[in-house]
Design a protein around this ligand. Structure first.
Ligand SMILES: C[S@@+](CC[C@H](N)C(=O)[O-])C[C@H]1O[C@@H](n2cnc3c(N)ncnc32)[C@H](O)[C@@H]1O
Length: 192
């Protein structure tokens, strides 16, 4: 069978397609939820040799997994053991892209550590303040685990009240799946 010329994508490849179209050599980006480092690695490649990626996680295991994954690309990153809620203390303004991948680290041996609205909302607020005009925040939202629905509602409540003059907010995701499908939010800061 012939491969179609265009296929709809799942949320994470779609987020990466959007951000790789936006990011350029020398840019600054943030991975707000480092986990196993897949997104940090993607961002480190996208910002090139002269760019920089700040990546946050509260689990030491996440930093180790990410450092191992990055190999020599680690020189393009600053891996920070700490909450994304304090992002503005570590990251200078003028960021092109920020990625959030909410939920929990699938391979974690430690207790179930999930993202929660208590830190995710301050982190999104900080990310908005750091973003340069035309910059984009991507947020992958998973609500199928315990605590996921409360965080989803907090995030949706927050992004829905953002002033449309200043931000465009887009939601992308599967609508015809029986169990809680994840979805993607994209927030673009106005460039005028
Ligand atoms: C779904 S995982 C991220 C997956 C990751 N992007 C990857 O590529 O593997 C969510 C991560 O958020 C982290 N996390 C939870 N609360 C956090 C916080 N306040 N600040 C930063 N990271 C946090 C968890 O430890 C977990 O590793």
């Amino acid at each position: 069978m012939k491969t179609p010329k265009f296929q709809l994508q799942r949320i994470l490849p779609f987020a990466k397609q959007v951000l790789s179209s936006l990011l350029e050599e020398g840019d600054t980006a943030v991975d707000a939820t480092m986990g196993n480092g897949h997104d940090t690695e993607f961002l480190a490649k996208a910002v090139g040799r002269t760019g920089l990626v700040y990546a946050f996680d509260i689990q030491q295991a996440a930093l180790e997994a990410t450092r191992n994954r990055l190999g020599p690309l680690v020189s393009r990153t600053e891996l920070i053991l700490g909450s994304h809620a304090n992002m503005a203390e570590r990251v200078p303004a003028g960021v092109t892209a920020v990625m959030f991948n909410l939920g929990f680290l699938p391979s974690a041996e430690e207790a179930f550590v999930i993202t929660t609205g208590e830190t995710t909302i301050p982190a999104i607020r900080a990310a908005l303040s750091l973003l340069k005009p035309g910059g984009i925040i991507s947020i992958a939202v998973y609500d199928g685990h315990p605590g996921g629905a409360a965080e989803r509602d907090a995030v949706l409540g927050f992004v829905q009240q953002l002033d449309a003059k200043d931000y465009q907010v887009i939601r992308y995701g599967t609508m015809n799946s029986l169990s809680s499908p994840p979805f993607l939010l994209l927030i673009e800061k106005s460039s005028w």
